[in-house]
Design a protein around this ligand. Structure first.
Ligand code: ADP
Ligand code: MG
Length: 694
């Protein structure tokens, strides 16, 4: 063992630690709970809690908290110390099995979308033993689900776990038909995380960054990302020190931090872990985002996770790499070498194709936020139209199977599924299309639409459930077939025929594609507000109910939470703009107008010709000052309209159709003024300062 691997997971109550600290029977019983979802006996929980407490205290922890993921998209925690009053006024340390299993935070201030009235404020958190407890900042964190007293999910973890169960159930039915030794399958997820690092001092001088996490004003800098000199470039020392500490912190907490590099935009970087089970990967991504912010602060930096911090500069996404694997370590999206493995592979690929085509709307909703709207379809991220990239070879193979014609690869051959070996196709040829929203990259799919700030729970809940539904239908059909092979062949052929419209291997950024997609009947839900209503369509409610991922009530609440928070974000941004325009920008323009006017007056008094520059700038700035005030007034009244609109869907529409265009108008005038006002007079750091300030 070396220092690097020795320290890994030092702060995690993982299997190895449990095995060494728990009595054998207790460990076994806990393992069954973890692996088979069996209930945890309270006497076992008491022993586990005691061992956890002693372990945590030995590592310097003083508190414990249930660590959960409410609908805000970030994590929540409420810390209690291990300290309890003992005899004779002394203190003892205490942590019971009951406190480990269940917490009861006052949950009235978390979004519930009407699931929980304020008079029944309490919700409860329950330990998710499939995700290890860990120590963060002196507290033992217990990964937990968060539910209302009626049992409705108020978080992102509960439905993710349920969707994993649905996928397992249906995938196992298929695997049994192929004769499997696997007992369990699980979605594997590797989220690539993009982010910006900005100097803290510069950041703190911009109200828009502090309040909204993104700039709402700012003229283009002389240099943006056009030279493409940042991508994979040498990492600056300050950034490198941040990344090093981030890795070390994450390793200690059991996150397999793997890849780090500079991204396309100046100040933009990427982080990727080694993939893990969807539940753990989601927990770890939340932990990573949180740790990024904390570590950045120690380096005099701010980590921006918002999707579009700078206009005209690439925003940040989070590629959700997704595959399915068995407990025997077999990746079901790996073609394999025998006809048998190939057939199984093709069936799983078809399940994903069908899922993506039938649930385009849900995939779109799973990435729909006010922030992500600024990226999708902006030639930096996939468009709002969902399509799949399979690579030429795989597409051609599917095409030949569908049409029943010979495959024109290396040897011309008919491809009967389950009889012939698939022609090998080079893996790297499937990794080149960066414009596709949902790309097959050799042995996994990469969903590229999620925004950098969001939890990957949402997208993975949809992928897991939609694929589970395809597999359910496949299993129903194949289980009752008299001739498995011919049923399999016709099922694959039919699925390709019915769903091939979703496959598109070309340039997803081109405008031709939008037209072509429309011709194919694919959905183009340009904004989040267009997408939200689809959540509660009959088709989608029945999908989620059938697989017990959401009840109808839970879906409706989630639609309202998403719609409501879209409106809240836009309104906060609009108010921030009004504040900055009124208190910073107009006074700055006025001040400089005053300076110019006095120059012009003095020149005139000296009977010299007034220079064009001064007189033109003066006139233009007076016009712009009026334009800013006028736009400000219009925006202000639109904000009032939005805020007083009681219906949440209508409020979101006012935000999209009235606030956002007016914000753009206000920005246009202010940004032009920025280019004319003397540097020293401008009230906050410019794009150039921010992007090149490290
Ligand atoms: P890039 O897409 O930038 O070329 P990689 O292909 O190395 O990067 O992988 C990106 C992410 O995908 C990593 O987090 C990696 O662990 C994850 N990944 C790799 N294989 C799988 C898989 N079979 N299932 C899910 N995620 C995977
Ligand atoms: Mg990738």
């Amino acid at each position: 063992m070396d220092h690097l691997t020795d320290d890994f997971g030092y702060m995690v109550f993982n299997a190895e630690t449990m095995r060494s600290l728990l009595p054998e029977d207790v460990y076994k019983s806990l393992k069954h709970t973890i692996q088979r979802g069996e209930d945890l006996d309270i006497t076992v929980a008491n022993v586990v809690a005691g061992a956890m407490k002693d372990w945590a205290i030995s590592k310097g922890a003083t508190h414990y908290t249930h660590w959960f993921q409410p609908m805000t998209g970030i994590t929540a925690e409420k810390h209690d110390s291990f300290i309890a009053p003992g005899p004779d006024g002394k203190a003892i340390s205490e942590f019971s099995g009951k406190s480990l299993i269940k917490g009861e935070p006052d949950a009235s201030s978390f979004p519930s979308g009407g699931l929980r009235a304020t008079f029944e404020a309490r919700g409860y958190t329950a330990w998710d033993p499939t995700s290890y407890a860990f120590i963060k900042d002196g507290s033992l964190c217990i990964p937990s689900v968060f539910c209302s007293y009626g049992g409705e999910a108020l978080d992102k973890k509960t439905p993710l776990l349920r969707s994993g169960e649905a996928l397992n159930t249906q995938a196992m039915r298929i695997l049994k038909l192929f004769g499997t030794d696997a007992r369990h399958v699980e979605a594997k997820v590797g989220p690539e995380q993009e982010y910006f690092l900005i100097d803290k001092e510069l950041f703190s001088r911009r109200e828009d960054l502090v309040i909204c996490g993104r700039t709402l004003f700012g003229a283009k800098p002389p240099k943006g990302q056009e030279l493409e000199d940042h991508y994979f470039g040498a990492i600056k020392p300050r950034v490198s020190a941040f990344m090093k500490e981030l890795d070390e912190e994450l390793w200690k907490m059991g996150v397999f931090a793997k890849t780090k590099h500079n991204e396309v935009a100046p100040c933009q970087h990427e982080f990727a872990p080694v993939f893990a089970g969807a539940n753990i990967a989601t927990d770890h991504n939340q932990l990573t985002m949180e740790t990024m912010k904390r570590v950045a602060d120690r380096h005099g930096l701010v980590c921006i996770l918002q999707e579009k911090p700078f206009d005209g500069i690439n925003g940040s996404g989070k590629h959700d790499n997704w595959s399915i694997a068995t407990d025997r370590g077999v990746n079901l999206l790996e073609p394999g070498v025998s006809p048998h493995e190939n057939a199984q592979f093709l069936l799983f690929i078809c399940a994903v194709i069908k899922a993506v085509d039938e649930y385009q709307d849900l995939l779109r909703i799973s990435v729909a936020t006010a922030g992500n709207d600024h990226r999708l379809g902006e030639s930096e991220a996939p468009p709002a139209v969902i399509s799949m990239f399979l690579g030429e070879e795989l597409t051609e193979i599917l095409d030949c199977i569908e049409r029943g014609v010979p495959y024109g690869g290396t040897e011309k051959n008919f491809l009967e599924v389950g009889v012939h070996v698939l022609p090998s196709f080079p893996k790297d040829s499937t990794d080149r299309n960066r414009t596709s929203p949902f790309a097959f990259t050799g042995n996994k799919f990469e969903f590229r639409m999620p925004g950098s700030a969001m939890s990957v729970a949402g997208p993975n809940i949809v992928i897991n459930t939609a694929v589970a539904e395809s597999l359910r239908q496949f299993a129903d059909e194949l289980e009752s077939a008299s001739d498995f092979k011919s049923a399999l062949n016709s099922l694959i052929r039919r699925t390709v025929k019915e769903h091939k419209r979703i496959i598109f291997n070309g340039d997803g950024y081109s405008s031709d594609w939008e037209k072509e997609a429309e011709r194919r009947g694919l959905l183009n839900l340009r904004t989040a507000v267009d997408a939200f209503p689809y959540y509660t369509s009959e088709k989608n409610i029945s999908l989620f109910e059938r697989h017990k991922v959401f009840t109808e009530k839970e879906i409706r609440s989630r639609r309202d939470i998403l719609t409501g928070s879209y409106a809240k974000i836009v309104i906060i941004e609009a108010l921030t703009m009004c504040d900055m325009a009124g208190k910073d920008i107009l006074p700055a323009i006025g001040k400089y107008i005053g300076q110019l006017a006095s120059t012009v007056n003095s020149v005139r008094a000296a009977s010299a010709p007034v220079p064009y520059h001064e007189s033109n700038t003066l006139v233009r700035l007076c016009e712009l000052s009026d334009a800013v005030s006028a736009a400000l007034k219009l925006l202000d009244s639109a904000v009032s309209r939005a805020r007083t609109e009681p219906d949440v869907s209508k409020r979101a529409l006012v935000c999209r159709d009235e606030l956002i265009p007016r914000m753009a108008e206000l920005r246009r005038a202010a940004d032009e003024a920025e280019t004319l006002v003397e540097r020293g007079c401008w009230p906050f750091p410019t794009y150039g300062d921010l992007l090149y300030g490290i």
